[in-house]
Design a protein around this ligand. Structure first.
Ligand SMILES: [Zn+2]
Length: 63
């Protein structure tokens, strides 16, 4: 059921260079890492993007 939320994305910032990165709910759900397009740093967005923030986006979509 939750898988239909995978297309929802959130913005986060690279902790190294500050570049804005788009993280999908699927990435968070699977605890995947993403690679910053700016500096190449490997980021685990789960550390920086609270699920609560994603949950709020989901709630907003539900309106
Ligand atoms: Zn970066």
């Amino acid at each position: 059921m939750a898988h239909e939320l995978d297309d929802i994305t959130a913005q986060t910032e690279c902790p190294v260079c500050g570049r804005e990165l788009t993280v999908s709910y699927k990435t968070l759900r699977l605890e995947r890492v993403i690679e910053c397009q700016g500096c190449g740093e490997t980021i685990r967005p789960i550390d920086d993007t609270p699920i609560a923030r994603i949950q709020k986006l989901i709630d907003d979509v539900g309106d």
